[in-house]
Design a protein around this ligand. Structure first.
Ligand SMILES: C[S@@+](CC[C@H](N)C(=O)[O-])C[C@H]1O[C@@H](n2cnc3c(N)ncnc32)[C@H](O)[C@@H]1O
Length: 255
């Protein structure tokens, strides 16, 4: 197997094909409406781990102003391309910045802070989670809401053994080729609750020959977020809300 990269790294295929893979993902259905409802109409939100701008675009189209932060230059480059293709009044409502959500201080507050699609699970459940909750608290006024979409422990723990030869995703590409994803390795470690996977992205040409391969390491850390959020000054606002069966959206409030 070729050298294993981390997910969303420069030159990797997870960043290049992020939008293709998430486009029809039923486990994300409705997430943007759920996030939009946490800010007042026309309000300002901070998105931690904005990635390729999937959520930022949807929020800006709904009239919200979004500051999106991400650690990955490759993902931010995709978000900039996306923004450049939007109507000017929508694009003007999106600002993108490189930054680490575990140590961010923009010296201002927002109406809401959002951390969609398992982004918090990309960093270790412990100090990094607590520091990310502190980032959210720092950027909220009293009464402001922060939402974190986290994978369900029981779903991640119960994933079936891998069949490395069977694609878990197979989609035609505009040039007549295909993108296929294969899970090459999977392990669930507990405690504390960590799913470790190597996912190989393979691009095939129209004749079915593999053109590009990129094995990438994807790790999800899991824990009860409530005590770590409380230690950072955020209280649970409501019961966690199921999203598509694979994860829950946890909403916290700054007292
Ligand atoms: C699954 S993507 C989510 C992208 C987007 N929010 C969405 O919902 O489509 C996770 C993103 O979190 C980013 N990320 C991971 N760790 C981060 C950190 N410490 N600070 C900022 N971004 C981070 C990754 O680079 C990646 O773009």
């Amino acid at each position: 197997m070729a050298k294993v990269r981390s997910y969303y790294a420069e030159g990797g295929l997870s960043a290049a094909f992020y939008d293709v893979v998430t486009a029809g993902d039923p486990t994300l259905a409705g997430d943007i409406d759920l996030y939009a409802a946490l800010a007042p109409p026309g309000g300002e939100v901070l998105e931690l781990g904005a990635g390729s701008g999937r959520v930022a675009q949807g929020l800006a189209e709904r009239g919200l102003t979004v500051t999106g932060i991400d650690l990955s230059a490759a993902m931010l480059a995709r978000a900039e391309v996306r923004r450049a293709g939007l109507p000017p009044e929508v694009a003007a409502r999106i600002a993108l910045k490189r930054g680490d959500m575990t140590a961010l201080d923009l010296k201002r507050t927002f109406d809401a802070v959002l951390c969609p699609f398992f982004t918090l699970a990309h960093v270790p459940a412990g100090a990094a989670w607590k520091n990310t909750f502190a980032t959210a608290a720092r950027h909220l006024p009293s009464g402001g809401l922060a939402a974190f979409h986290l994978p369900k422990l029981e779903v991640m723990r119960g994933l079936p053994p891998v069949d490395p030869a069977r694609p878990v995703f197979d989609q035609p590409l505009p040039d007549g080729g295909r993108l296929r994803l294969f899970v090459k390795e999977r392990a669930f470690r507990e405690p504390p609750g960590r799913l470790e996977q190597v996912v190989e992205y393979v691009v095939f040409d129209p004749a079915g020959r593999p053109l590009q391969r990129s094995p990438e390491r994807l790790t999800y850390w899991m824990a009860d977020p409530e005590p770590l959020a409380a230690a950072a000054g955020l209280l649970r606002d409501r019961p966690p809300q199921d999203l598509g069966g694979a994860g829950d959206v946890w909403v916290f409030r700054k007292p």
